[in-house]
Design a protein around this ligand. Sequence first.
Ligand SMILES: Cc1cc2nc3c(=O)[nH]c(=O)nc-3n(C[C@H](O)[C@H](O)[C@H](O)COP(=O)(O)OP(=O)(O)OC[C@H]3O[C@@H](n4cnc5c(N)ncnc54)[C@H](O)[C@@H]3O)c2cc1C
Length: 419
Amino acid sequence: MSIEFESPKPILQMQFMLKTVADEMMRPRSRYFDEHEHEIPWQYIEFMHVAMKAAGGASLAPRDNGKKSEEQEKRSPIGYQMIAAQIEALAYGDLGMYHCLPGGGLGAAAVFAAGSPEQKEKFLARFNGEKPTFAAMCITEAGAGSDNSAIRTRAVLDEKSNEWVLNGEKIFVTGGDKSFTEYEKLGRGFIVVWATIDPSAGRAGLRAFVVESGTPGVRIVKLEYKLGIRCSDTAAISLVDVRVPYDNILGSPAVEKTTIGFKGAMATFDATRPLVAASGLGVARAALEFLKEKLAENGVQIRYGLPRQKLTSIERDLIDMEVMLKSAWLMVVKAVWMADNKKPNALEASMSKVKAGDVTTKITQKVVEILGPLGYSREFLAEKWFRDAKITDIYEGTGQINRLVVARQILGYSGKELR
Ligand SMILES: Cc1cc2nc3c(=O)[nH]c(=O)nc-3n(C[C@H](O)[C@H](O)[C@H](O)COP(=O)(O)OP(=O)(O)OC[C@H]3O[C@@H](n4cnc5c(N)ncnc54)[C@H](O)[C@@H]3O)c2cc1C
């Protein structure tokens, strides 16, 4: 059996189109939105909504709401591969602006990974509607980030009204504002809130709930000011007696002795971690290409193929960075290929995230270093990419936490045995 490294044609065509979006629409606005944190890039949002609808789907959640036509069934599935390539291409334009891409984001990914066919139909169709629409995922709390067994947000079933009643505080919610605040220009989005239905059950009691925008009791209490990805809103959200329909729970409401319910929710990460990795690698590629351009302008050509000892230090650094970038991308491709082919990919998803977190941070730092004052100056975007890059190693499980996931998978340890 041979392995084909060439991307499928539809992906190559999409990459070609998004290169224009990155160059013409994102880069010229990168600095402005970096310096005007919390301003919303409406022009980009509206353009991308129309463009993505025209291209066949406005959601980054795989497009078909879980259903496939006969013809689609016959083709080799490339849904997640396509999404990873889209994300890499947009993050190459600007990572913060990529986070302002309308569509489901992490919220839709959670519905896609853990929702029933009816829930997918109900909650995902909106992303192809008239107006750009957002969704977000709320897991993190002040006392619960890496350790989500410490989640305190509570969901109690009111049997009389058959509604869940949610109370708690969530922090650092990417896109929380655009998913929940009712801006005239946006469609009705939602947030997916992780809460415990049984605090005595630990992780087994955790479930995710879809809370639609406009639901009383939800309040955006704060927008963070950040080191990087400043164009992306990061919200703190309070939930006080928030009532959602019984059917808005993702997964089974029964608490078993096992963590099956929780694992259903964690499946979201198997799908999204490689996508976060892809986004970081887009930033790394942007930085590396900029460095090569500046070196070429100064007459420095990379002499590929020479023995290592004959290369200059800059040539060695640059080739090493290219190797890092390509190997990290291959790990992403493997993880998303497994997701497309319904193969369990928890190990590969976390591996790709660890590698991309490292590579993105190292490459952007080295680029600033080699460029010296040009790298440090706000005249160019290198310093911004260096700031933007670090988030790849923090959200969706930090580098340390994903290393633990990898170690547990390889060694066969449970979360309790290795933490
Ligand atoms: C810009 C931004 C956007 C975000 N978006 C979202 C979002 O959309 N939704 C959401 O729910 N959350 C989001 N987050 C939160 C993010 O996922 C958490 O910050 C992250 O999971 C770390 O959790 P924590 O902040 O509680 O840090 P902690 O868990 O307190 O970790 C602090 C440090 O300790 C290390 N550490 C913790 N436990 C261990 C261990 N067992 N072994 C070794 N090291 C350990 C961590 O790796 C880290 O370096 C976002 C965060 C940021 C900064």
